[in-house]
Design a protein. Structure first.
Length: 453
């Protein structure tokens, strides 16, 4: 007695990129059991299904994967509209974060999880690095759990060259990873996981990175780190260690198939070869790179080298949203304008990055594809609206026309968590009102403090 999604334009994202129009997806508990377009078989499945979802007028796709964001920044949208990375961090992000309480991290995490779900994301990786409030990390994980999203809490950390409030000793970091992992890693039937988050090469000492590399190998746990986001990040690594970002990280055992390298805008070709050799993954954040004027990553070159590239929003403080549907278009257009080649990144390339590439990057090989045996993480996107139709090519429509507001239904582990464009588990309006009131008070305090400096 499963769930049958039928009548939709099904984009499987399997090896052959098979499509069924119209097609069906049959779900048994948390897994996809059948997929196809056989009308006779469909009648039999309708008779046995406990739940029917009519996908007429919709494209049916694997859930999108957003492998990099900072959900506490939902409180800080629009504060960096004219500032480069360092100024934005020092004047807006850090002061605001230091005023957040445990409840704020829960509310921001719930709002961020909901925002991701409503834009078709079924798996989000939240790099959370604000730990001065002891319960902040658990608060974000509770929010993920309650929203229904598949979530990885990437515990971020630094031990040098950062604001003192964010710095921790390596002993404290590793003890926190043990404690967090024992309670949350693999919980909710594997829906929630934990990963390691050294923030960047210059904020982590060589000794800490050595420990991170060993911990990842010993515990089969992913690592996520910002690299070469700006030219200043590159210069900081070279001036401090005499090495570029990835050469330095490779010397300390950080690069592996369990490693997600975020941004990489200014990696050189020697570093790109290290990514290939180690099987590491690159996470491309096109909107954030444009918003902060960081540069345009050479994604086409990465793909041509055989590097796995995933697509992400980055935090809402530098986006200003977490709309992955919108990010598809930005990824394609940024690559085209930076290469002056309209074929540099095709719609299928972009959708691959947001599904298959994301699944590979976060080592969730049973997601990102609609096929028997895969997790029932499924998204229905409307295609019967004036800005979307007529539709000739569904993948092109998803890339260049659709946005998060077009997402109709989302299932995670076979559970309907978004229906009719709204959460089935969270009171959206109450949540927004609470976040608005709390964020406004924090912002007023920061503004008052800056005016007196």
């Amino acid at each position: 007695m499963g769930t049958l999604i039928y009548n939709g334009w099904v984009i499987t994202q399997n090896e052959e990129r098979k499509e069924y129009n119209p097609g069906y997806v049959y779900i048994n508990r948390d897994l996809i059991e059948e997929i196809g377009d056989n009308s006779e078989r469909l009648a039999a499945l309708k008779a046995q299904a406990a739940e029917l979802i009519d996908a007429a007028g919709c494209v049916v796709i694997p859930g999108l994967i957003n492998p990099h964001t900072h959900m506490f920044q939902t409180y800080m949208r629009g504060l960096g509209d004219n500032k480069p990375l360092w100024q934005w961090l020092k004047e807006d992000i850090w002061p605001s974060a230091l005023l957040m309480e445990e409840e704020d991290f829960y509310l921001a995490g719930l709002l961020g999880s909901l925002e991701n779900l409503l834009s078709g994301v079924t798996h989000v990786v939240d790099q959370h690095y604000v730990h001065y409030v002891p319960g902040s990390t658990d608060a974000v994980l509770r929010a993920m759990r309650e929203s229904g999203i598949r979530g990885t809490l990437c515990r971020g950390f630094v031990d040098q060259e950062y604001r003192p409030e964010f710095m921790e000793t390596s002993a404290h970091i590793m003890a926190a990873m043990d404690e967090l992992g024992s309670r949350w890693h693999g919980s909710e039937k594997e829906r929630l996981k934990i990963s390691l988050g050294p923030l960047n090469p210059w904020g982590c000492s060589p000794q800490l990175l050595d420990e991170v590399g060993r911990y990842s190998a010993d515990n089969n746990m992913d690592i996520q780190i910002h690299v070469a986001e700006t030219t200043k990040v590159v210069e900081s690594s070279v001036s401090r260690y005499g090495l570029d970002n990835l050469t330095f990280l490779h010397q300390h055992g950080i690069l592996s198939p369990h490693t997600q390298l975020v941004h990489g805008v200014w990696l050189n070709e020697r570093e790109e070869e290290l990514v290939v050799r180690t099987g590491s993954h690159l996470v491309h954040c096109p909107v954030s790179n444009m918003y902060l004027a960081s540069g345009a990553a050479p994604v086409r070159r990465w793909l041509d080298k055989g590097i796995n590239v995933a697509l992400a929003t980055d935090g809402p403080g530098s986006n200003n949203s977490e709309d992955m549907m919108e990010t598809l278009k930005f990824a394609a257009c940024l690559q085209r304008v930076s290469t002056l080649d309209p074929a540099s990144l095709l719609p299928q390339d972009v959708l691959d990055m947001a599904t298959r590439g994301g699944a590979q990057a976060v080592n969730a090989g049973n997601t990102g594809v609609l096929a028997p045996g895969y997790k029932a993480d499924v998204v229905l996107v409307r295609m019967d609206r004036p800005h979307l139709g007529p539709v000739h090519n569904a993948v092109s429509m998803l890339t260049f026309n659709a946005n998060g507001n077009d997402v109709d239904t989302v299932l995670v582990d076979g559970q309907v968590v978004v229906q009719g464009g709204h959460s089935t588990l969270v009171d959206e309006q109450e949540l927004i009102q609470r976040c608005q009131a709390k964020a406004a008070r924090i912002r007023a305090t920061v503004t008052n403090s800056l005016s007196h400096d």
